[in-house]
Ligand binder design. Structure first.
Ligand SMILES: Nc1ncnc2c1ncn2[C@@H]1O[C@H](COP(=O)(O)OP(=O)(O)OP(=O)(O)O)[C@@H](O)[C@H]1O
Ligand SMILES: [Mg+2]
Length: 232
């Protein structure tokens, strides 16, 4: 469902920040990408949504290559992926409601369905009373939840959450992690990038470890017998 095939990223200044990245993420997986600051986690997210192009290699989402995709195809590929980036990219002069509504409108949702949908999503992420507040009026944890709400409102197949617990206390971080697990249980493939491994326990999850732009470990959780699916 998400395949990075020998992806190398060299920025125009000549810095090679990712070197021959290979990984495979299956539908419904929960994946944690860890690595020190500067290891290349955010760059992987930007490549995944086609915000950056790889210098070498290929990236496939649901069997379709992002590299060289036509703008029209890139738009439909991006619709499959919800993102929460480190800087949130939430619009400061719009309320929680308006920020989510904008995403839904762009994705083609009917105006009459939007209000109900937003209320439901805000309940899922635990901030139903913050509908009409602006980003600057939200706490760090609430802002993180609002960003998550916006990302999942359009029901993406894949959620890329970049540093979703950055700057949060450990209790709130655990709650956000629990929320991400619930989103994953509901069927979304969840990819979490973090430099703070202590707050997320990657045990039992697909865990990719990056170091200076290279994958140094890619461990899958042991398959439980009940979940074992038939080979194709
Ligand atoms: N546009 C750019 N031009 C040159 N170098 C860049 C550019 N964008 C990112 N980099 C470099 O790429 C490297 C990886 O950056 P990236 O943001 O992916 O790291 P990260 O693992 O997400 O770090 P953090 O944990 O601090 O968020 C860094 O050394 C950064 O300076
Ligand atoms: Mg980053």
């Amino acid at each position: 469902m998400v395949i990075f095939n020998s992806v190398t990223k060299i920025f125009p200044n000549g810095d090679e920040v990712l070197t021959q990245i290979d990984f495979h993420i299956s539908q419904g997986e929960m994946v944690v990408i860890t690595g020190k600051s500067g290891a290349g986690k955010t760059t992987i997210g930007r490549l995944l949504i086609g915000d950056l192009g790889p210098s070498k290699g290929d990236i496939l989402v649901d069997g379709e290559s992002i590299v060289g995709a036509k703008p029209k195809d890139l738009i439909s590929l991006r619709r499959k992926i919800g993102t929460v980036f480190q800087d949130y990219k939430i619009i400061p002069d719009k309320t929680t409601y308006e920020n989510i509504a904008l995403n839904l409108e762009v994705a083609g949702y009917a105006k009459e369905d939007i209000a109900e949908k937003i209320q439901k999503i805000l309940e899922i992420v635990g901030i139903p009373s913050k509908t009409d507040l602006f980003p600057s009026q939200l706490s760090g944890g609430e802002l993180q939840r609002a960003s998550l709400a916006r990302a999942i409102a359009t029901e993406p197949h894949i959620l890329f959450a970049d540093e979703p617990t950055g700057n949060l206390d450990s209790v709130t971080s655990k709650e956000i992690f629990k929320l991400l697990k619930e989103i994953n249980k509901a069927g979304t493939t969840v990819i979490i990038a973090t430099h703070n491994q202590d707050l997320l326990d990657p045990n039992g999850l697909h865990h990719i470890t990056l170091d200076k732009g290279k994958i140094v470990k890619d461990s899958h959780p042991p398959k439980s017998k009940s979940k074992k699916s038939k080979k194709k």
